[in-house]
Design a protein around this ligand. Structure first.
Ligand code: MN
Length: 492
C-alpha cells in the first residue's frame, strides 16, 4: 500500500528531484463594502453598477479604510496563530493597466497587517499523527483591480469596475510544501479556516480565492533552485496540476543542460500546460511608496479583544474535541473539513446523539446519501434533530440498523419524521420470541442439509441462518434475540 507520508520525488534521468512549493493566496474579504469606499461587493452584478467615485479614481477622491475589512483580516491572522502587527501602513504599488483606473494599487509591502503564522495540515487523514506545519510569512490587505471584457465588441475592449477596490487578503506561505498533495491539503485547510472564521466565502469558481503558485526543484538535499510563479490559479485541482507539470518541466530543462529563469507563467487548464507570461527582465518596477492619502493603521487593545473573542471554534480544535468524544480520527477530520458539515454535526450532538454512533452514521449514511443525490449538507432537508431521533430509535432497540436505512431513505424522499415513518409503515423491531422461534423452526426444517453441515463443524453457516431469519422477519426481528434463539436451537 502506498505510504501517503513518503516524500514526493520526481524521477529524472540523472536521479531523484525534490519539489519546493510556496503559495500566495488572494482571498476576497467577506464584506458588504469595498476596502476604501462604500460601494457594494455582490458577485454577478451588472457591470459598473457597484462603482464609487473612489473606485473609478476620480480626481480629489480620498480613500477611507473600511473597519470591517481590517477586522476580518485581523481575525484571519489570529485564526492562523499569526503575529498581529498593531502598526501597519498602506503603500502604493504603481503600474499601468487598463483595469486599474488609479494607476496604482493600494497594498502593503513594508509593514503588513499580519506577520508570521502557521497552518497545520494532515498528510494522511486516517492518521492524526501525520501532521505538518506550513509557515505563513505574512498577510497584507490590498485592493482588487477591475476586469477587462474582450468579448463584448468586435474592435473594442470594455472595462467593468465592480471589482475595482474590493478588499483582498494576500496570504503568503513559506516555501514549506513539497508535493502537489501537500499544496492541495494546505489550500483546502486554509479555505476551511477562512470559511469557519467567515472572512472569505472560499468560492474559487467565483474568484473569491485564487493562488499564485511558486515552484522550484532541486536534487535531493541540494541547494534551492530558481523558482517560477504561475499566476491566478483558481482551483485546488489546478494548483496541484500546475505543481506537477511545472516541476517536471523544470527537471527536464535542468537535465537537458538548461537553466530555469525566474519568470511569471500562466496556466492553461484546457491543455494542462504552463507558459511564459513575462520574465524577470521585463518585470515591473512598482516604485512602492507610502500612500500619502492614508494614515498608518493603529490597532488598539479593545479592537483586538473583540476580534479574538468573536472567533468561532476552529477546525483543529473541533477535530480534537470530537476525537476526545471517542470519534475516530478519520471521521473527525471528514466532519470538520467543511464548516457547514461541522455545524450540522454540532447540532446532531446537541440534539442528544451519541458521538461515535452519530459520527459513523453521518459519514457513512448521510454523506453517502448526499453524494448519491448530488446534494450538499445545506440543501438537505434532513435536520440534525430528525437524524438524532432516527439514531435514538436504533439505540433504544425500537428499530434495527437495517430498518434504519429504509427509514432514512423514506426521510430523504418525503421529509417525514422518523418516528412517524416507523409508526405508519409498522417497522418496529420485534423481540417477540414466539414469532422469532416460529420462523427459525421453519428455516431449520427447510434447510436440514445445512443444519447437518453446521453440526458437523461448519460454523460459518451460522450467519446464513441469521440472514434467513432476518429476511423472513422482513428485517424487523431484534438481531440479538435472533442470535440467541438460533444458538439455543442449533447448539443447545
Ligand atoms: Mn497581491
Amino acid at each position: 500500500m502506498a505510504d501517503a507520508t513518503a516524500p514526493y520525488r520526481i524521477k529524472g534521468e540523472t536521479g531523484d528531484w525534490e519539489v519546493v512549493v510556496g503559495l500566495e493566496v488572494h482571498a476576497q474579504v467577506t464584506s458588504n463594502a469595498k476596502l476604501f469606499s462604500g460601494a457594494a461587493t455582490a458577485f454577478g452584478a451588472e457591470p459598473n453598477t457597484q462603482v464609487s467615485l473612489v473606485d473609478a479614481a476620480m480626481p480629489g477622491m480620498l480613500p477611507v479604510p473600511n473597519r470591517e475589512c481590517i477586522r476580518q483580516a485581523v481575525r484571519t491572522g489570529m485564526a492562523l496563530d499569526a503575529v498581529i502587527n498593531r502598526w501597519s501602513r498602506f503603500d502604493r504599488k504603481n503600474y499601468f493597466y487598463a483595469d486599474l483606473p488609479q494607476g496604482y494599487q493600494i497594498s502593503q509591502l513594508y509593514h503588513p497587517l499580519v506577520g508570521p503564522g502557521e497552518v497545520e495540515i494532515l498528510l494522511d487523514d486516517k492518521d492524526e499523527n501525520s501532521v505538518k506545519q506550513i509557515g505563513i510569512e505574512r498577510i497584507h490587505v490590498e485592493q482588487d483591480a477591475g476586469k477587462l471584457m474582450h468579448d463584448q465588441h468586435p474592435t473594442m475592449s470594455y472595462v467593468d469596475l465592480n471589482r475595482s477596490g474590493v478588499a483582498l487578503m494576500e496570504i503568503v506561505s513559506r516555501p514549506d510544501m513539497s508535493s502537489p498533495a501537500e499544496a492541495g491539503a494546505y489550500l483546502r485547510k486554509l479555505r476551511a479556516i477562512l470559511r469557519y472564521v467567515g472572512s472569505c466565502d472560499g468560492n474559487m469558481e467565483e474568484g473569491s480565492m485564487r493562488a499564485d503558485v511558486n515552484v522550484s526543484v532541486r536534487e535531493v538535499g541540494g541547494e534551492l533552485g530558481t523558482r517560477t510563479e504561475t499566476k491566478n490559479v483558481n482551483s485546488v485541482r489546478f494548483v496541484m496540476a500546475v505543481i506537477e507539470h511545472e516541476a517536471r518541466r523544470q527537471v527536464e530543462v535542468l537535465e537537458g543542460g538548461g537553466q530555469i529563469v525566474q519568470e511569471t507563467r500562466l496556466y492553461d487548464p484546457d491543455k494542462n500546460v504552463t507558459r511564459t507570461l513575462r520574465s524577470k527582465e521585463d518585470a515591473h518596477d512598482y516604485r512602492y511608496f507610502p500612500d500619502p492619502d492614508l494614515l498608518p493603521l493603529e490597532l488598539d487593545e479593545a479592537f483586538l479583544d473583540e476580534c479574538r473573542t468573536s472567533l468561532p471554534e476552529l477546525p483543529d480544535d473541533k477535530r480534537k474535541r470530537y476525537e476526545g468524544l471517542g470519534i475516530s480520527a478519520y471521521n473527525a477530520s471528514v466532519i470538520t473539513a467543511e464548516v457547514e458539515t461541522a455545524r450540522w454535526f454540532d447540532g446532531l450532538l446537541e440534539a442528544g446523539a451519541e458521538p461515535k454512533q452519530g459520527a459513523n452514521w453521518t459519514v457513512a449514511e448521510l454523506f453517502g446519501a448526499l453524494n448519491r443525490r448530488g446534494e450538499g449538507i445545506s440543501t438537505t432537508g434532513i435536520s440534525p434533530g430528525e437524524a438524532a431521533e432516527l439514531l435514538k430509535l436504533v439505540a433504544d432497540g425500537t428499530i434495527s440498523g437495517t430498518i434504519a436505512k429504509q427509514v432514512f431513505e423514506i426521510m430523504l424522499e418525503t421529509g417525514d419524521a422518523p418516528s412517524k415513518i416507523v409508526e405508519e409503515k409498522g417497522l418496529k423491531q420485534t423481540s417477540d420470541t414466539g414469532a422469532i422461534d416460529a420462523e427459525i423452526d421453519k428455516i431449520l426444517a427447510a434447510n436440514a442439509d445445512k443444519v447437518a453441515e453446521y453440526k458437523a463443524g461448519k460454523q460459518a453457516l451460522f450467519g446464513f441462518f441469521v440472514g434467513q431469519t432476518m429476511k423472513a422477519m422482513a428485517g424487523k426481528a431484534n438481531p440479538g434475540v435472533v442470535n440467541e434463539r438460533l444458538r439455543a436451537k442449533l447448539d443447545g
